[in-house]
Design a binder for this molecule. Structure first.
Ligand SMILES: [Fe+2]
Length: 209
């Protein structure tokens, strides 16, 4: 059984950028529901449940789809994605942290996108234009190159063996209470609480995956 990770900071710690009520509902209700539905889907598949959620999605094509009926595979894709994406999301934010890329990731971003400022413009543009629910991602692709794109719903880059370095949740549940339809304001607010030291740690993990 997977379990809900606690936040490493108080629910209100990201204010005024991300409000405490949104954090409570997002973590305690939405994330919890993805978790519950993932655990339900895996009830009769203990060998799959023994994998980390990351590996469950990474090996989706070669393990999950082969071993489970289509409706269970779909539940694992949707709720496994929802569970793992939110694990990542809480991890890459913090009330104090590096607000610009550091270390090897900083060099890789500058090499790929010209500068951190240009990278921000591209990522925010993708997140702003994403139609409907989904996530904007910075991933390491199969060539271990950085790439920006968005995916709908809880479709995971991991399904394509792309390692998500960071992602921004653009489901309305992530911002509607405070920002209503003003997604660009939410994206600017999220940018203020990203912790690039944590994102650098994910970059290093992705290089080794
Ligand atoms: Fe979410």
């Amino acid at each position: 059984m997977y379990t809900l990770p606690a936040l490493n900071y108080a629910y209100e710690a990201l204010e005024p950028h991300i409000d405490g009520l949104t954090m409570h509902i997002h973590h305690d209700k939405h994330h919890q529901t993805y978790l519950d539905k993932l655990n339900t889907a895996l009830t009769n598949y203990p060998d799959l449940a023994a994998l980390s959620a990351e590996d469950l999605l990474w090996h989706f094509a070669d393990r999950v789809q082969l071993k489970t009926p289509i409706d269970i595979a779909t539940a694992i894709k949707n709720h496994g994605g929802g569970f793992e994406h939110h694990n990542l999301f809480w991890e890459i934010m913090s009330p104090n942290g590096s607000r610009e890329a550091v270390g090897d990731l900083s060099a890789a971003i500058n090499a790929r996108f010209n500068s951190f400022a240009d990278f921000k413009i591209q990522l925010i543009d993708v997140a702003t234009k994403h139609f409907g629910s989904g996530w904007a991602w910075l991933v390491l692709n199969e060539k271990k190159e950085l790439a920006i794109y968005s995916l709908p719903n809880q479709d995971s880059p991991l399904l394509s063996k792309h390692y998500p370095i960071m992602g921004i949740d653009v489901w309305e549940h992530a911002y509607y209470l405070k920002y209503q339809n003003r997604r660009p304001e939410y994206l600017e607010a999220i940018w203020q609480v990203l912790d690039w030291q944590k994102i650098e740690e994910r970059y290093q993990l992705g290089l080794k995956k």
